[in-house]
Design a protein around this ligand. Structure first.
Ligand SMILES: NC(=O)c1ccc[n+]([C@@H]2O[C@H](COP(=O)([O-])OP(=O)(O)OC[C@H]3O[C@@H](n4cnc5c(N)ncnc54)[C@H](O)[C@@H]3O)[C@@H](O)[C@H]2O)c1
Length: 480
């Protein structure tokens, strides 16, 4: 497959030490926005009464999507596609069970997605394929004139980040990253506190993806083989956006500030090998498998306004799940994982011990209730009932579909997608080169200087007219 060859060549090039000038690849193809800033910022299209979705990639995540999407008012799943016939078949059944209507099905080869994208009755392509297929499927979908939503991370190379930006600009279609973790209850509270200035001037953020995925490494079902293959070839942080997305919105990245440069450090890789030695019989080829990915990657970003962000990635250690999510400013700090805690300066509620400030559970709860994001107030309960990463998935899908139905700009755009995903390639190049300092491209071509709130920061919804009767507890939702 072409995408596998490209992955391999890229992996080899980075291993050989090609640092390159990252900003140099900016908009060489001359997209519609070249020189003109960020035309997809606050982009709107005509309101759509109903939204007809085609889902490409019906594995673990896609199966969750085809079960969840038909519950969302205004959305119809009209087509599904997977290379594997059994996955496409399962998706057809899931939609039929939920709605009584059979979606069209495309399967059998890794080119079949093109037929789905070309369907005139598809408005949105929902891309839940494996990482190696993200860019190819999405660029085709955009070029076919579809709004395109892409699983995480949406683009793993800088070239693909640029291609998505330039294509979305040229064809004037929305392009947004899914599973961006910006709709979590605590992440949204943080966003609201930042909007209200309660943490003061923002100074520092921390985010992580720490998720013990060792059980999937030698999974005989092959479902996770693509992830293994990627991790064999790639170092750095290849899954940065769970921690980074919410912090970027808090800090107004691309909306008054921007990621300037990063440095990245990889540790050793012991987790896979230790796990393989303990769980696989002698002679199993899995015991000889080796990974470029370190157990722990730590990446530090500095923004143009001088803020710092620390990101961690570890999927091979026996550690409880953590997205970390810390945001600190001149007046206080909020953090989630392992515990959700807030500290605001100058309030009596926070106890001290030996002259040191302490977090306080009661005060944290009070702030949480008082300053909950308006969307969480309106939809938190229904989202929890719907499920999907504790309701985050439902809230995210409800929001983009609501915005499309009303002709509003989306909460996040293709510039957010590209800026967050750029960490994949930049962190790898840096980590492979003794933590060389690498510049981020400016995907907005200067438009980042215009200060404004993200749409999610200001988002409110009139939910009184929305019929939520189709929403129920969904089966088979995966963990984050
Ligand atoms: N599984 C999770 O918990 C989870 C959670 C959040 C996000 N994600 C993201 O969702 C995406 C998918 O992950 P997954 O765990 O569902 O993987 P998966 O392997 O279970 O599913 C991916 C599916 O895409 C299909 N596919 C690949 N290329 C295709 C093509 N060209 N045309 C049609 N189908 C194609 C595969 O056959 C497979 O069924 C990834 O980006 C992942 O990071 C996964």
């Amino acid at each position: 497959m072409e995408s596998n060859r490209r992955e391999f060549l890229k992996g080899m090039a980075m291993a050989a030490g090609a640092v390159g000038v990252t900003t140099g690849c900016a908009s060489a193809a001359g997209g519609a926005g070249e020189g003109g800033g960020a035309p997809m910022r606050n982009f709107r299209c005509a309101p759509m009464k109903r939204i007809r979705v085609g889902v490409v990639g019906c594995g673990a995540r896609g199966t969750g999507a085809v079960r969840r999407l038909p519950s969302i008012p205004g959305i119809e799943v009209v087509a599904v596609c997977d290379i594997r016939p059994e996955c496409a078949e399962r998706a057809v059944k899931a939609v039929e069970e939920k709605t009584g209507r059979k979606p069209l099905s495309f399967t059998g080869s890794d080119e079949e997605f093109k037929r789905l994208c070309d369907l005139p009755q598809v408005d949105v392509v929902y891309n839940t394929t494996s990482w190696n297929a993200h860019a190819r499927v999405s660029l085709y979908a955009l070029n076919a004139g579809k709004h395109t939503f892409i699983e995480v991370p949406s683009a793993l190379y800088l070239d693909d980040c640029w291609a998505l930006v330039e294509t979305a600009e040229r064809v004037k279609r929305h392009c947004m990253q899914l599973e961006n973790c910006c709709y979590g209850e605590q992440e949204m509270l943080a966003l609201n506190l930042c909007k209200l200035g309660m943490l003061g001037e923002l100074l520092h953020g921390e985010g992580a993806y720490i998720h013990d995925r060792r059980w999937q490494i030698f999974n005989d079902s092959q479902w996770e083989r693509w992830r293994n293959h990627w991790n064999e070839l790639h170092a750095g942080n290849q899954y940065p956006t769970h921690g980074l997305g919410p912090i970027a919105l808090d800090m107004g990245i691309n909306r008054g500030d921007r990621f300037d440069y990063l440095v990245s450090v990889d540790g050793v890789q012991k987790g896979y090998e230790t796990f393989a030695a303990a769980t696989l019989p002698a002679g199993n080829p899995g015991r000889a498998q080796r990974f470029a990915m370190a157990d722990m990657n730590v990446t530090t970003i500095r923004t143009a306004l001088g803020r710092t962000i620390m990101l961690q990635h570890d999927v091979t250690s026996p550690r409880p799940y953590s997205r970390l999510n810390l945001i600190a400013g001149t007046k206080g700090v909020l953090r989630s994982y392992p515990r959700f805690e807030i500290f605001l300066e100058g309030k009596d509620e926070w106890p001290k011990k030996g002259g040191h400030h302490l977090f306080d559970e009661k005060a944290t709860q009070e702030i949480k209730e008082k300053y909950m994001h308006p969307l969480q107030k309106a939809l938190g309960e229904i989202a929890k009932k719907a499920g999907g990463h504790g309701g985050m998935d439902f809230m995210m899908d409800l929001r983009w579909s609501y915005c499309l139905q009303k002709g509003l700009p989306l909460d996040m755009d293709v510039y957010d997608l590209a800026s967050w995903c750029a960490v994949c390639e930049l962190s790898e190049r840096s980590a492979r080169n003794r933590s060389a300092t690498l510049d981020f491209p400016d995907f907005t071509r200067g438009a980042w200087k215009k200060k404004c709130n993200s749409n999610l920061m200001d988002a409110e919804m009139d939910v009184s007219q929305i019929d939520f009767s189709t929403v129920g507890k969904l089966k088979g939702q995966m963990s984050v």
